[in-house]
Structure formats: C-alpha cells, structure tokens
Design a protein around this ligand. Structure first.
Ligand SMILES: C[S@@+](CC[C@H](N)C(=O)[O-])C[C@H]1O[C@@H](n2cnc3c(N)ncnc32)[C@H](O)[C@@H]1O
Ligand SMILES: Nc1nc2[nH]cc(C(=O)O)c2c(=O)[nH]1
Ligand code: SF4
Ligand SMILES: [Mg+2]
Length: 221
C-alpha cells in the first residue's frame, strides 16, 4: 500500500490546539471538495506531483525528525485508500501526538475503533466555502474533548451559521470549537466583536501563524 504524499516537512503548527509547537506534516494529494478559499488547491490538482510512500516509510520519516506532534493533512487525508492502516501504525506509537486535519465530509464513525485514536481537527464548511452541502453532520457526535471543530469564517453569514450550529448542537459542551478567518477576508476585529456580542465564551479565535511567519503563499511551511 502506498500513499500519495505531496509534501512532508517540519514547521510550527500554525493552527489548532498545538499551534506554535514544532510539528511534522504529511500532506496527501487529492480532495473530494473544492472550497472557494482553499489555500492548498495545488495539492488537489489531478496532475500534482507526489512521492509514493508506504506507511512504514512515513513512520520512519516522522521518527527521524524527533518531533512528536504529527499533522496528517492534504488535500483530504481521510479519502486516501488504506488511511486506516497508516493510522493504526501511527497509533501504535504512544510517544506520538497525531492530528488529522479533515474536511467534515468523511464519516468519522469509520475511524472510531482505532486503538489510541488520533485527534481529529474537523472543519465544518460554512456557506462561503460553497461546500456546506457536503458536510456529514453526524460527525458532530463523534468529536470529543480531544478533538477540534474548526469553523473557517469568511463572511458575516458564515459567523451567523456557525453560531446557529454551535447553539443547535451544543458544540462547545463536547469539543474544542475554533473560529479561523479565511485569510484576507473578514477584519479580525469583526470576528472578535461577533464573539463578544453573542457571548461565545467556549470558542477559540485563531490565526494561521505560518501565514505571519512566512509569505502566505509559501509551501512546506
Ligand atoms: C488545506 S486544508 C486540508 C485539510 C482538509 N481538506 C480540510 O479542509 O479541513 C487545512 C486547513 O486549512 C484551512 N484553509 C484552507 N484554505 C484557507 C484559507 N484561505 N484561509 C484560512 N484557512 C484555510 C482549511 O479550512 C482546513 O482547516
Ligand atoms: N505551519 C502549518 N500549520 C498547519 N496546520 C494545519 C495545516 C494544514 O494545511 O492542514 C498547516 C500548514 O499548512 N502549515
Ligand atoms: S476540503 Fe480542504 S483541501 Fe479540500 S478544497 Fe477544502 S480546504 Fe482545500
Ligand atoms: Mg495549510
């Protein structure tokens, strides 16, 4: 079994609960969605160059870095054939903290009986992504305090929809809820003002750190 790896690199994690910490990134090719704002659409091009790697080769690369935080991303990692086998291998190494960045369209129930499961950082695609119809709402019930639900917000309509979902599904009671701005869209102050007006105490506002350390277009950072 080989996986189509378009990027493998070390950096600081720019997002989520491990933001600011060193992490190893494995980025897979291909995605089943086409978000309007995607900053990694190049990885979803049908002709994108990739390095075929076995699960063992990926594991050896990760261990060779000496970094314990691992982010498996893409593209969409959970549509990769045999990804459960890779996750099983990685989950066998208790010294690793494995995070999966996933787009909310793939049923998480298929990954619930992994020993030592990874931390799922799951998007819910809001209206401005034009991909909300692809969302698997049942996934909300699989997210726990070890996971993250990320709302990437580009418009005030996105914020209103996120607030509606947070309240309807009581999301901040069960998982870590993040607001992350679509880069260059809404003023950050507008998002914080919205959080204050709606008393969204359980939500974490994040910025993609790597887009402030490097050029926002830079790859492998
Ligand atoms: C490139 S995606 C790959 C993982 C998965 N396909 C997903 O969408 O969650 C990684 C993260 O970057 C976010 N992202 C993509 N483009 C962005 C942008 N222009 N501004 C802010 N976040 C963005 C996605 O929403 C997702 O949370
Ligand atoms: N530094 C850095 N941190 C990240 N966290 C999640 C990323 C992603 O593209 O999934 C990412 C990324 O692309 N770069
Ligand atoms: S799901 Fe993720 S990789 Fe796919 S288009 Fe959207 S942001 Fe890009
Ligand atoms: Mg990224």
């Amino acid at each position: 079994m080989k996986y189509n790896v378009v990027e493998r690199f070390t950096s600081i994690n720019g997002e989520g609960m491990k933001a600011g910490q060193l992490a190893v990134f494995i980025r897979f090719a291909g995605c089943n969605l086409r978000c309007t704002y995607c900053d990694t659409m190049w990885a979803n091009d049908k002709d994108v160059a990739y390095e075929p790697m076995t699960a063992e080769e990926i594991y050896d690369y990760i261990k060779g870095t000496g970094i314990v935080n691992v982010t498996i991303t893409g593209g969409e990692p959970l549509i990769q054939a045999g990804v459960d086998k890779l996750l099983e291998l990685l989950s066998g190494d208790e010294s690793l903290y494995v995070e999966i960045e996933t787009n909310g369209s793939v049923p998480l129930k298929d990954f619930m009986d992994l020993t030592n499961p990874p931390s799922f950082t799951m998007d819910y695609k809001l209206p401005s992504s034009e991909m909300e119809n692809g969302m698997e709402k049942e996934n909300f019930s699989y997210l726990t305090e070890k996971d993250t639900l990320k709302f990437v917000v580009g418009t005030m309509e996105d914020l209103e929809r996120a607030d509606e979902l947070i309240r309807e599904h009581r999301l901040t009671d069960t998982t870590n809820v993040y607001f992350s701005p679509v880069y260059g869209e809404l003023p950050y102050e507008a998002i914080v003002d919205f959080m204050k007006e709606r008393n969204l105490g359980g939500v974490t506002f994040q910025l993609q750190l790597h887009k402030f350390v490097w050029n926002p277009e830079e790859r492998s950072v």
